[in-house]
Design a protein around this ligand. Structure first.
Ligand code: NAP
Ligand code: G4F
Length: 326
């Protein structure tokens, strides 16, 4: 039985990846950090499944990572843990650097010492393209990050390349464009809109407060994207891949479609601008070219933008109905 080690297993992607790998017959080990209240909501359906074992550790604590990999001796390592919220990276730039940048070196070095023959996946990001140098963005597009998060991800990307070239380790980066789902954190714009629109529909709030409606993103469906992560580690050679749908839409379009999905007539009636959600430096337009992933991995997105918006709004309507009146 193959063994996989996932950092960030309590997050959106980690939880879907655990589902996928368990379905494929893996024994999965998920790194979790100590918190005063457990936050296992996204993996609650797996908590009593013997195929998932939780291992205590933190990206900031080198020994916990080396010990964990030494004990587990995994075949595959997926480094998904990070401070992943771009807006928070201006408020906590040093912590973002510790987790999202140096944390990658800690994981790579733990692997080098404990299980150098394992295969390593690094969660790189389209945020690295930032103020984009070309459209669409490919594996060859130069990086121009626009936030402390983007800068930290560029570091994580290059240290992964460096360990691959220095120590002949099987280490790859997936440069993933935005991917969403009902398991997305509520602070990210798609889930925030889907939840806000559902709450307006059910009479629980009257407006949705947002920042920049003009920003465009290449939004896909998270379960499709964890499939691409797994495919990258099944290849003969370690290479980096862009994963994207190839189409982008504005935040405003997401809001309009979400209102339609909830049968609310006028999106402008429920939208309110709040400068609190504007960013010191914005990434205006992202759109990826995933030709290499399509060609070499046989990867395809399975959910369209309209389907994604609808499934997210329906999930929030269901959730808010279950939560009852306030
Ligand atoms: P997420 O939902 O925010 O999950 C982040 C995970 O990292 C959580 O499990 C969190 O644990 C864990 N974590 C944070 N700091 C940690 C630390 N110091 N030690 C150990 N674990 C820590 O993020 P996601 O959307 O699943 O994204 C997964 C990865 O892909 C991230 O690296 C993100 O930057 C990257 N990425 C995401 C997207 C996207 O569109 N979703 C696109 C490109 C790249 P807690 O539950 O304890 O907080
Ligand atoms: O949903 P967002 O916070 O995602 P963002 O910044 O694109 O980052 C996400 O995708 C990256 C991949 O490109 C990941 F690496 C990263 O970890 C994360 O998963 O914001 C999307 C856009 C931005 O332009 C933002 O300015 O939506 C705009 N926006 C407008 N109003 C808002 C809001 N974003 C948030 N979070 N909240 C708002 O009220």
């Amino acid at each position: 039985m193959k063994k996989a080690f996932i950092t960030g297993v309590t997050g959106q992607d980690g939880s879907y990846l655990a589902d996928l790998l368990i379905k494929k017959g893996y024994q999965v080990y998920g790194l979790t950090r100590r918190t005063s209240t457990q936050n296992f909501a996204r993996i609650k359906h797996l908590i009593h499944n013997p195929r998932l074992e939780l291992v205590s550790g933190d990206l900031i604590d080198q020994h916990s990572l080396t010990n964990a990999l030494h004990d587990v001796k995994p075949d595959e390592i997926y480094n998904l843990a990070a401070q992943s919220f771009v807006k928070a990276s201006w408020e906590q730039p040093v912590l973002t650097g510790e987790f999202t940048a140096i944390g990658v070196t800690r994981m790579l070095d733990a692997m080098r010492l404990a299980c150098p023959d394992a295969r390593f996946y690094q969660a790189s990001s389209s945020e690295m393209f930032g103020k984009v140098r070309e459209v669409p963005q490919t594996e060859q597009t130069p990086f121009y990050p626009r936030s402390p998060y983007g800068v930290a991800k560029v570091y994580g990307h290059w240290i992964t390349v460096n360990y691959r070239e220095s120590f002949q380790m099987f280490a790859v980066s997936g440069i993933l464009f935005n991917h969403e789902s009902p398991r997305r954190g509520l602070e990210f714009v798609t889930r925030k809109i889907a939840n806000g629109v559902a709450r307006v529909k059910l009479g629980k709030q009257s407006v949705v407060e947002l920042g920049n409606l003009k920003a465009k993103r290449d939004w896909g469906y998270a379960p499709d994207y964890v499939q691409a992560m797994w495919l990258m580690l099944q290849q003969d050679q370690p290479e980096d891949y862009v994963v994207a749908t190839g189409q982008n839409h504005s935040v405003r379009e997401f809001l309009e479609l979400a209102c339609q999905a909830a049968e609310l007539d006028d999106w402008q009636a429920i939208y309110q601008h709040n400068p609190l959600y504007d960013r010191p430096a914005e990434v205006d337009v992202l759109v990826g070219d995933a030709s290499k992933a399509r060609r070499q991995l046989g990867w395809e997105p399975s959910v369209t933008f309209a389907e994604l918006v609808t499934l997210m709004v329906e999930a929030e309507l269901e959730l808010e109905r279950q939560n009852g009146e306030e």
